[in-house]
Ligand binder design. Structure first.
Ligand code: GAR
Length: 212
């Protein structure tokens, strides 16, 4: 059984989506860099081992990442899942988990890497926005893409309404990506993720829709 360690920093709704998805995985631990992360309570209530590695207790990013790696490796994960983990990771950390570190990002990468993605999507006037699950590489929000979901940006959208529409799709694609990984269906070739066997071909997403 694929052993998962999930890293969170806050609410943990993506973590909850994973816990609820009946995945063929073992949840080895949920670790947060913030002791106050509400998601820790959720995980503990489900009987999952939790831990805190508080980034403010370390002199620098490198020292924090070493402590975090030590805690993660105690749980011997096959896959480390960043579910709203809001820390930039060192190259050493990313290399240590190469091919077994996966993230959900609230934008259609490579558009809008980094923070404030919904504000930036609204400001850019895009008609489609969305979310991405991708493997993590040293450059932030750049690694091989497993799955993306696009949502329309509506004329009356606010940051909150758009964020909610995107988050609902995060909760659908993140469990799917991890299921594929656990089933051994995911490989990376020349920076692209291939799914074997493939699941079919989606239709075009057009926003606003055509007249006919
Ligand atoms: C999610 O929208 C996730 O995509 C985003 O933080 C939110 C966490 O929500 N992650 C990033 O922005 C990472 N750069 P959650 O704690 O309810 O899952």
């Amino acid at each position: 059984m694929t052993r998962l360690v999930i890293l969170i920093s806050g609410r943990g709704s993506n973590m909850e989506a994973l816990l609820a998805a009946d995945l063929p995985v073992e949840f080895a631990a949920v670790i947060s860099n913030r002791a106050t992360a509400p998601g820790l309570q959720t995980a503990a209530a489900r009987g999952i081992t939790t831990a805190v590695v508080d980034h403010t207790a370390y002199a620098d990013r490198a020292a924090f990442d070493v402590a975090l790696m030590t805690e993660i490796d105690r749980h011997q994960p096959d896959l480390v899942v960043l579910a709203g983990f809001m820390r930039v990771l060192t190259d050493a950390f990313v290399h240590h988990y190469a091919g077994r570190l996966i993230n959900v990002h609230p934008a259609l990468l490579p558009a809008f890497p980094g923070l404030h993605t919904h504000e930036r999507a609204l400001a850019a006037g895009v008609k489609l926005h969305g979310c991405t699950v991708h493997f993590v590489t040293p450059e932030v929000d750049v690694g091989p893409i497993v799955i993306q979901a696009a949502v329309p940006v509506l004329d009356d959208d606010t940051v909150d309404s758009l964020a909610a529409r995107v988050l609902a799709e995060e909760h659908r694609i993140f469990p799917q990506a991890i299921r594929w990984f656990a089933e051994g269906r995911v490989s990376i070739t020349a920076g692209r993720v291939l799914l074997r066997p493939p699941t079919g071909t989606p239709h075009a997403l057009i926003s606003p829709p055509l007249d006919d």
